[in-house]
Ligand binder design. Structure first.
Ligand SMILES: Nc1ncnc2c1ncn2[C@@H]1O[C@H](COP(=O)(O)OP(=O)(O)OP(=O)(O)O)[C@@H](O)[C@H]1O
Ligand SMILES: [Mg+2]
Length: 251
């Protein structure tokens, strides 16, 4: 089993906005494209709709009428979350506290019916990849924040998702650990080749992950009469990034 190498899907968010039942306008209509294997960083202040956008991509929220979500040009708007092949790491880790590290990582594989032996091999590979060897049999509530973060990441990529959604995955950690994990995450994302959407409100984090930041920042989903906006930064010096660079949009 080889987890590395590209198997990402392209993503298109087409005029997706979100108004909740109580009238809260969580996300202004926005359109953006992410090429296969690219990392897109969504940068913006608290409350501007970053998590809402991830939840729309994952299938946890339905966009307002007229909005569409496409993976590899296929309309996924009404496809349920379990058929979208999306991995997600939430702002809080959302791990199962009483399960072991290995069982957490293998959970998605188990519910997909993967046999015990194959599952163990995949889990072992992920444990090595995310640097948590030796912790396999610990319960999650016996781990540090940084270790939990790694388990959450391993669990999200275990199912070999075409798209990985990371919602401020390092926010809960102290500054030194955040710096170290950010570097590791950057390398891991590039090795896996999964299309990734990474949410942060930390500009230096966005800079590190999205090497093309300066020329490629695009302001989307700006709420009228407010300073909140979602900025998108595309990472990877890929072809599509180069194409966008030829038509820079000012932030
Ligand atoms: N289920 C809901 N019902 C009503 N309003 C909601 C709901 N979920 C989110 N909101 C509101 O929508 C807006 C956007 O929320 P969202 O969680 O997407 O922000 P965010 O950019 O992720 O913020 P943060 O950086 O603090 O995580 C906020 O004003 C929030 O209070
Ligand atoms: Mg959020």
């Amino acid at each position: 089993m080889n987890l590395t190498g590209g198997h990402g899907a392209s993503v298109r968010i087409e005029t997706c906005g979100k108004t909740f039942a109580d009238g809260t306008r969580a996300l202004e209509r926005a359109t953006l494209d992410i090429a296969r294997g690219e990392t897109l960083v969504l940068l913006g202040p608290s409350g501007c709709g970053k998590t809402t956008m991830l939840r729309i991509i994952a299938g946890l929220e339905v966009p307002d009428a007229g909005g569409r979500v496409l993976f590899d040009d296929k309309d996924m708007t009404s496809v349920p979350i379990e058929r979208r092949n999306v991995g997600m790491v939430f702002q809080s880790y959302a791990l199962f506290p009483n399960m072991s590290v290995a069982d957490n990582i293998g959970y998605g594989l188990k519910i997909r019916g993967m046999g015990r032996q194959e599952r163990a091999a995949r889990v072992a590979e992920l444990v090595a990849l995310t640097n948590i060897s030796g912790l396999e049999n610990r319960r999650v509530n016996q781990l540090s924040g940084g270790q939990r973060q790694r388990v959450a990441l391993a669990r999200a990529v275990a199912i070999r998702p075409g798209i990985l959604l990371l919602d401020e995955p390092l926010t809960a950690l102290d500054a030194a650990l955040r710096d170290r994990l950010r570097g590791e995450l950057n390398r891991l994302l590039r090795a896996l080749g999964i299309t990734t959407i990474y949410v942060t409100h930390d500009q230096s984090e966005a800079m590190e992950l999205a090497s093309w930041l300066n020329s490629l920042v695009q302001r989307i989903s700006s709420k009228p009469r407010s300073r909140t906006a979602i900025l998108c930064c595309w990472a990877d010096g890929s072809r599509s990034a180069a194409r966008r660079a030829s038509k820079p949009q000012s932030p």
